[in-house]
Ligand binder design. Structure first.
Ligand code: URA
Length: 306
């Protein structure tokens, strides 16, 4: 725990050294810093320095206030400070797919997304919108939350470290990435005031992109959807449908009439090396394999048991 917090401290120092003045720090990181601050063993000076890297309005607030500030739209917050009006987010688009085969419908949808004014408005100069990829006859539709740094560079979902792990998970199921479909709730990387770090998409961003996701699902008509992580699951089941992922994880529900299961996001599995979480995620994938009739070997059944 202490090592992880000190790693946060180092990163804050590094960012400060590069001239970063404002930074959005996750509630979890702030709680960890506060915990360390309280801990008797902590190097107080180091923690004080880290806290000093956080803007005053955040530093002096309670944890609840931190989380309120963190939940605020960075543009809205900036506009509020500058006393400006923030334009409201565009209404979700009405998508109507043309007649034709899967490929031509998918091509038309991709063109629509690539030309979407609202989507393009949020893409950093020199980076790309990210649309779903994969087999249009796939039985499994993996749904992530939003592109990260590598994805916005390459214009493809799940190509960074989380994507490498997702590929391994797919392989462990006896499949290949080219046999599944991979999409995201959102088509652009959520904007941040800094180059580093990611934030989850906001409900209005997710709502805007939802018709594009639904249209991809309508084209592929997979046998199952796998929601990766809490944010994707909230996007599919509704923002208020649960508080903690564990309430819905591993249970079959439906999205647009398609059996849907929520599991851990590969990024979470990368960060959290607990063997039991890996097993829990693998059990969800075993359920998926069972649902679509994939053969399951004894070896596969036993993954992460020892
Ligand atoms: N995380 C996601 O949820 N989607 C991506 O495409 C990459 C990382």
């Amino acid at each position: 725990m202490k090592e992880q917090v000190l790693a946060i401290v180092d990163e804050l120092k590094r960012l400060k050294g590069t001239g970063v003045e404002h930074l959005y720090v996750s509630g979890e990181a702030i709680r960890s810093l506060k915990f360390l601050k309280k801990s008797e063993k902590a190097e107080k000076a180091e923690v004080e320095e880290a806290l000093a890297s956080i803007p005053e309005n955040i530093r002096s607030a309670s944890i609840d206030d931190f989380n309120k500030v963190l939940a605020e739209d960075p543009d809205a917050l900036k506009a509020k400070i500058e006393g400006k009006q923030v334009p409201s987010f565009a209404k979700p688009p009405a998508v109507s797919l043309p007649e034709g085969d899967k490929q031509s419908r998918w091509n038309a949808l991709r063109d629509l997304v690539m030309g979407c004014t609202e989507c393009n408005k949020h893409v950093r100069a020199g980076y790309k919108l990210v649309f779903g990829v994969g087999n249009l006859d796939a039985d499994i539709f993996f749904c992530g939350e939003a592109p990260g740094a590598e994805e916005e560079e390459q214009g493809e979902p799940f190509v960074g470290p989380a994507g490498q792990l997702l590929n391994k998970m797919i392989k462990a199921m006896g499949l290949d990435r080219s046999q599944v479909y991979i999409g995201n709730i959102m088509n652009w990387r959520p904007e941040m005031p800094t180059r580093t770090g990611n934030r989850p998409p906001k409900p209005e961003e997710m709502a805007f992109c939802m018709p594009y996701l639904k249209a991809q699902i309508e084209i592929v008509r997979p046998k199952v959807i796998v929601a990766l992580g809490a944010t994707a699951t909230k996007g599919l089941y509704g923002q208020e449908s649960f508080k903690a992922l564990r309430e819905v994880k591993g249970e079959w529900r439906e999205f647009d009439g398609i059996p849907t299961i929520a599991t851990y996001h590969p990024s979470y599995l990368l960060r959290n090396s607990s063997h039991s979480d890996k097993r829990k995620a693998w059990e969800d994938l075993l359920k998926v394999m069972g649902k679509i009739g994939l053969p399951i070997s004894d070896k596969q059944r036993g993954f992460f048991l020892k």
